[in-house]
Design a protein around this ligand. Structure first.
Ligand code: FES
Length: 154
């Protein structure tokens, strides 16, 4: 079960809406923050806290790609590999991340520090390649500056 602070945080969101179903997405986001991903336990906690059927919670969560449905490393790198980023070196960066940190595409480094997924355009085509690390946005990536960026994430 969530701790009291998390239950209070979800309750404060819930009362902003006329229907508790409307608080489901922010509650799932909080659950993901707390558990690192939406495990069965995390979704049961959301179901219980919002008093919504588990099937409804799971069905909603499964629709959105922003929710993680399997365990990931402490930090999630989402690297854009759409056209502009690909032309400007995203594939090279993926190879570099694999060589330097041992992170495969859709995999997690052995130390559990990073997971890496490809993503579609994140709206930074003019300053590609671009990525998110957790919720932080980075652009103009190179093999040189990506090391400095990732140093911030232990
Ligand atoms: S193609 Fe990567 S940000 Fe648009």
């Amino acid at each position: 079960m969530f701790n009291e602070a998390v239950i209070k945080e979800i309750d404060e969101i819930r009362v902003k809406y006329p229907d508790r179903k409307s608080a489901l997405l922010p509650a799932l986001y909080i659950a993901q923050r707390e558990f690192g991903w939406l495990s069965n336990e995390a979704m049961s906690c959301v179901s219980e806290t919002l008093n919504l059927p588990e099937a409804f919670v799971r069905g909603t969560a499964s629709f959105y790609s922003m929710f993680r449905h399997k365990e990931v490393g402490r930090h999630l790198i989402q690297l854009c590999t759409n056209v502009s980023c690909m032309i400007l070196g995203a594939e090279r960066l993926i190879d570099f991340l694999n060589t330097k940190y041992g992170i495969q595409k859709n995999g997690t480094s052995e130390d559990g520090r990073f997971s890496l997924v490809e993503m579609e355009c994140i709206g930074a085509c003019g300053t590609a390649p671009a990525m998110l690390v957790d919720t932080d946005f980075y652009e103009d990536l190179t093999e040189e500056n990506i090391v400095g960026i990732l140093e911030q994430y232990k």
